[in-house]
Write a protein that binds this ligand. Sequence first.
Ligand SMILES: Cc1cc2nc3c(=O)[nH]c(=O)nc-3n(C[C@H](O)[C@H](O)[C@H](O)COP(=O)(O)OP(=O)(O)OC[C@H]3O[C@@H](n4cnc5c(N)ncnc54)[C@H](O)[C@@H]3O)c2cc1C
Length: 318
Amino acid sequence: MPTIWVYAEIDNGKLDPSSLELATKARELGDVEAVVLGPGATEAAARLGEYGAEIVYASDDQVYADYVAQPHVHALTELIGENAPDMILFAMNYDSRDIAGRLSARLGSTLMSNVLEIESVERAKTAIIGGTIIVDVALEGAPKILLARAKSFVAEPLEGGEATVVPVETTVPEEAKRAKRVERHEEAATGPKLEDAPVVLSGGRGLQGPDNFKHLEDLASAIGNTAVGATRAVVDAGWVPYSYQIGQTGKTVKPSVYIAFGVSGATQHIVGMKGAKRIIAINKDEEAPIFQISDLGVVGDALKIIPQLIEEVKSRKG
Ligand SMILES: Cc1cc2nc3c(=O)[nH]c(=O)nc-3n(C[C@H](O)[C@H](O)[C@H](O)COP(=O)(O)OP(=O)(O)OC[C@H]3O[C@@H](n4cnc5c(N)ncnc54)[C@H](O)[C@@H]3O)c2cc1C
């Protein structure tokens, strides 16, 4: 059986949920092991075990939280040298991308990004040309390094799954401590996270300005357990922060209901939301491409419809 590693990112002591998706997928491909580095790693190792990792290489060393990428690459290079995994799965987060890219350069091994499906240790699927074409890729060399898009796989615990934790005892050299994290900024947020919300309301340029965008937030609070997202056009215009962006260069969401207000439906946006169970679109232009993937399309003015929806939801909730 091939050995599949999951690089499990940990941020501020919290395990990235994508690593559990990767561990679940890895169970289909071979024997699952994981690497988790930074404060909170040992606790996270237990969770990775519940999702199928048999061995977890873990270190709670603060060095992995203080410095960016280089210490992680140093530790991974040593661990790979000692254990020779066949494949290493990373989630497409910023830190993981940085680490995977450096690791590929260090080892001279294959790196494939934007992975949507993994058939075996030899084959995977990726999206190219702005997500418009899915291609089959034959993978060569070892270890193969794959960067998978969030939500490509569903995380499912393994009954009785338990990991053996192997402490990582690497000493990180001074030359691997050059990029230091000097500040951490947490954006204040209310309501569910965009990636996890069962209902997502997304606004596009059709909302015509940041003030109108606030009405979308009001509608989200009226519905409850609902998050607000946006297109890149809106983020680039500075109406909302980047954390709202859905699409190829933003977040991937798979809610039960996705409602698009004034969103044209560019392929780069669709790639981040087409997995939603139900898609509803409101657009003034009946030819807007978003209608092609919508379960329900409303040709109308979003600026008029949003206040009516707020009233309707409030009155139904009493
Ligand atoms: C490399 C690359 C990466 C990209 N990554 C992303 C990404 O991650 N996410 C993303 O979203 N985009 C991304 N884009 C940009 C993408 O191509 C589109 O430009 C963008 O998604 C368009 O945003 P929009 O739908 O808000 O704006 P527009 O395309 O301008 O659409 C506005 C829509 O609003 C409708 N409208 C206008 N007024 C109203 C009204 N009053 N009521 C109802 N409807 C109205 C119009 O009919 C129109 O359909 C990327 C582009 C590139 C090149």
